[in-house]
Ligand binder design. Structure first.
Ligand SMILES: NC(=O)c1ccc[n+]([C@@H]2O[C@H](COP(=O)([O-])OP(=O)(O)OC[C@H]3O[C@@H](n4cnc5c(N)ncnc54)[C@H](OP(=O)(O)O)[C@@H]3O)[C@@H](O)[C@H]2O)c1
Length: 287
């Protein structure tokens, strides 16, 4: 089966590539070779590459920059997705917990109403709508707080600051379900296998977030504890819990954007990972 992976150089794309190297003919154009903002480039690439399945891990993911330059975020996250969707090829697409406003106080389910608080979330929701409007063979995976050895993420930022003895202040009133990128990549590989074997998938929107829900502060404390055990840190850093309101100029983020991943588990037997296992595995690779 020929699989076009868009965004292969990104944090998730790197892990998907690693997962799917065996058993699939993977096509991995760079963003220079295939810029999804261009309808012509997308049409040409699809004509030439003739994929059986598209996995779209490409996105404009810089949340702060998206607030300054929303047009750039929408160009990739909405129009780029629309260009891929118009092919009518089956597509596995990634979206985000930031489509929600975080006011629900329980993990979000697929049927909960999205109401994004920032431009990044708005652009990702617009992408979901662009895809679902034109292409019925879509499987959208919403995830949150991705972390892995490749790329920039919260785990690496905490580790770097702790190693350089910088002051660590982390919000304790925002909660999410951090997700190990390798576990998500494995689930995507299993979806592709399912499609290869059965020529169909239970199309729709699904959530996939690491368990259990945690505040960014607790997550940072666990990162530091694990890093100490593995010798990545020589001494315990001081981590100060702060409130989101202490960051007056920051981009608005959801308070509680944990994802309930039960539907994917019930529909396809894909269990959400425990993020603590993923964290140990990631740090062990860095040690
Ligand atoms: N990171 C998170 O915490 C998080 C949380 C929730 C959801 N998600 C979603 O998960 C998916 C993967 O995120 P990630 O963290 O792996 O992202 P990432 O590391 O920022 O990687 C983004 C990828 O998209 C590519 N890309 C950007 N603009 C493009 C364009 N115009 N045409 C083609 N490719 C383009 C980049 O290529 P270059 O490297 O060449 O620029 C890169 O390969 C995204 O859909 C994101 O919205 C991420």
């Amino acid at each position: 089966m020929r699989v076009l992976l868009v965004g292969a150089s990104g944090q998730l794309g790197f892990e998907v590539k690693r997962q799917m190297q065996a058993g699939f003919t993977l096509m991995l154009p760079s963003s220079r070779q295939l810029d999804i903002r261009s309808a012509e480039q997308v049409a040409k690439a699809l004509r030439e590459l003739k994929p059986d399945l598209i996995i779209n891990a490409a996105a404009f993911t810089a949340v702060d920059q998206a607030e300054q330059e929303p047009e750039q975020a929408f160009a990739v996250n909405e129009r780029g997705v629309k260009h891929l969707a118009q092919s009518n090829l089956p597509i596995v697409h990634l979206s985000t917990d930031y489509v929600f406003n975080g006011e629900l106080q329980r993990p979000y389910r697929e049927e909960d109403k999205p109401a994004p608080l920032n431009s990044y979330g708005q652009s990702k929701l617009a992408g979901e709508k662009a895809l679902t409007a034109v292409n019925p063979r879509h499987l959208i995976l919403r995830t949150g707080g991705l972390f892995g050895v490749h790329g920039n993420n919260f785990v690496k930022a905490i580790l770097y600051k702790a190693q350089n003895r910088q002051l660590l202040t982390v919000v304790n009133d925002q909660f999410s379900t951090p997700t190990p990128a390798p576990a998500l990549a494995k689930a995507i590989g299993q979806l592709a296998k399912h499609y290869r074997e059965q020529a169909k998938l239970p199309w729709g929107i699904y959530h996939f977030g690491g368990q259990p829900a945690v505040s960014w502060y607790e997550f940072a404390v666990t990162i530091a504890e694990q890093a100490l055990i593995l010798g990545l840190l020589k001494q315990r850093p001081e981590i100060i819990a702060i409130k989101s309101a202490d960051y007056p100029g920051a981009v608005c983020r959801p308070r509680y954007s944990a994802l309930d991943s039960g539907l994917l588990q019930r529909s396809l037997g894909l269990s959400p990972p425990d993020w603590r296992d993923g964290l140990r595995q990631m740090l062990a690779q860095l040690a």
